[in-house]
Design a binder for this molecule. Structure first.
Ligand SMILES: Cc1cc2nc3c(=O)[nH]c(=O)nc-3n(C[C@H](O)[C@H](O)[C@H](O)COP(=O)(O)O)c2cc1C
Length: 155
């Protein structure tokens, strides 16, 4: 399967999870592009992210969208970009979110639901979602579980 990992990551956390996911999916025999969406200006730590543009998603049979949480919600830059993307009809989709706090209710759960709802609105078939809490003591285990949950849906 041709899979695109479309990742909005300001400080590298979501990107790091996506890199593990790429390794896993490649090992399963998939063709994988990891696309790091960068704003046209460098990110200022602690500030809201600047707008990003999604690449064409046409060539992918499967897509994983990844983003961080900003202010208890999906990063507005990613929300706007996904809201403006063309239909995902027939594509298998998975959603990944990273947040700082240990508690999923401090933005992680809400953000991944927003992301999943955006994919459904665009007629994508949402197969899996995952959130990783960066401050959790067992962060590495959470990353491993997220990679397992997200990759399984493309088996
Ligand atoms: C402006 C701003 C707001 C944030 N708001 C939250 C929040 O509400 N809840 C949370 O858990 N983390 C919050 N974070 C932390 C990031 O979501 C977290 O560090 C994430 O892993 C960063 O991912 P990245 O390195 O891929 O950008 C916020 C970060 C920024 C810059």
């Amino acid at each position: 399967m041709n899979i695109g990992l479309i990742i909005h990551s300001q400080t590298g956390n979501t990107l790091k999870v996506a890199e593990h996911l790429k390794t896993q999916l490649t090992g399963m025999g998939h063709e994988v592009d990891l696309v790091h969406l960068l704003p046209d200006k460098p990110a200022i730590p602690g500030k809201l992210s600047d707008p990003v543009l999604l690449p064409s998603l046409q060539k992918y049979d499967g897509i994983v969208f990844g983003s961080h949480v900003e202010g208890l919600s999906l990063a507005p830059a990613m929300r706007r970009a996904m809201d403006a993307m063309p239909p995902l009809t027939g594509k298998k989709v998975a959603c990944l979110v990273t947040q700082y706090f240990r508690q999923p209710w401090l933005g992680g759960s809400r953000s991944v639901k927003q992301m999943s709802d955006l994919c459904t609105k665009k007629r994508g078939i949402v197969k899996a979602t995952a959130t990783v809490q960066w401050k959790a003591e067992d962060r590495d285990a959470r990353i491993e579980k997220a990679v397992a949950d997200l990759s399984r849906c493309f088996a």
